[in-house]
Design a protein around this ligand. Structure first.
Ligand code: SF4
Length: 310
């Protein structure tokens, strides 16, 4: 049956305009998270002028309720108010205990902000490099240190909008020092491409940085040993979205004991980031029927991010 919207030019124009507005707001929000401290407030007259020049077929919203809605989006999404008190700069040393994260639905209690301000990309790169050196010398987990060839820190864009958060290195990762490079990594690459992204545009990391022997799950104590490292990575990158791959990473990040089947299908919060829980690519290779659910999780995120797959 034909889509009624496709035969209604007015409604098609409305949908195009709303979609453009959502994408612009999401992009502006990303810029701010990436350290762009100021974005100019939109001038309605200039917006109308540009619309007339470049998109005359799209009707301009009357200056009534829709204009108020646009301004509200600009206020809430493009120009978020800074919190009451923020630290002036990054503290010299990272505190031992970090603020308790509340594993709530995104509609629940207002999320807490990352403790520090966003840094410029050069500073993020330098901080990640320093952290990677610390990780490479880490000996907190005796069994993992004994078995590892090298640590696997993570890689990607230090100001990525999307982060993929896995469990721990496997044999291929332990050998190369890079995350998700084996068969599961190849499937993750396909998932990233399906999201209209590239591996260079995202950041990929794991919960623990050393390969557990025999590909066993990391022990709770090992996860806690490594927690300061992955929490610091996320704080430096400050992604808009964190895709948790599998139960181990999801439960560690959200401090939850719920199974992945109960955590997926909705947004959670980790400081400023929206968290999407889905199945690990290794699980999807063993259970191809679950790919449909994993794709639904990613589509939920893409829709929220204003990324159209059309
Ligand atoms: S898993 Fe993490 S905490 Fe444990 S030894 Fe490796 S780097 Fe250190």
């Amino acid at each position: 049956m034909a889509d009624p919207a496709s035969s209604d030019p007015q409604r098609t124009g409305d949908l195009d305009r709303d979609n453009t507005l959502l994408q612009a707001a999401a992009f502006a929000e990303h810029l701010q998270r990436s350290g762009v401290a100021f974005l100019p407030r939109a001038n309605p007259d200039r917006v109308a002028e540009f619309k007339q020049r470049f998109a005359p077929s799209i009707p301009i919203a009357p200056a009534t309720e829709k204009k108020a809605a646009v301004e509200q989006v600009a206020e809430e999404k493009i120009l978020p108010k800074p919190p009451e008190s923020r630290p002036e700069s990054r503290p010299e040393s990272r505190p031992e205990s970090r603020p308790e994260f509340q594993s709530t639905s995104i509609r629940g209690e207002a999320a807490k902000r990352y403790p520090c301000e966003a840094r410029p990309v050069s500073q993020r790169t330098a901080e990640l490099d320093t952290l990677a050196s610390t990780v490479a010398a880490c000996t907190k987990c005796p069994e993992l240190v004994h078995c590892r060839t090298q640590t696997v820190f993570g890689e990607g864009d230090p100001q990525a909008r999307f982060v993929f958060f896995g469990e721990g290195p496997g044999a291929d990762e332990d050998r190369t020092g890079r995350p998700f490079v084996g068969k599961a990594g190849q499937l993750l690459d396909k998932m990233i491409v399906a999201c209209k992204l590239t591996r260079d545009e995202v950041y990929i990391l794991n919960t623990v940085k050393c390969r557990p022997p025999g590909n066993r799950n990391p022990e709770p104590e090992e996860i806690e040993n490594c927690r300061p490292f992955f929490e610091s990575q996320l704080e430096i990158i400050r992604p808009q979205y964190i895709v948790c791959l599998g139960a181990v990473g999801t439960q560690a990040l959200l401090r939850s004991k719920l199974p992945i089947g109960k955590l997926r299908g909705k947004f959670h919060r980790y400081f400023d980031s929206k968290v999407v829980a889905t199945y690990h690519p290794a699980y999807l290779l063993r259970n191809p029927a679950a790919k449909k659910a994993a794709w639904a999780d990613l589509q939920m995120m893409l829709k929220d991010a204003g990324i159209s797959l059309r």
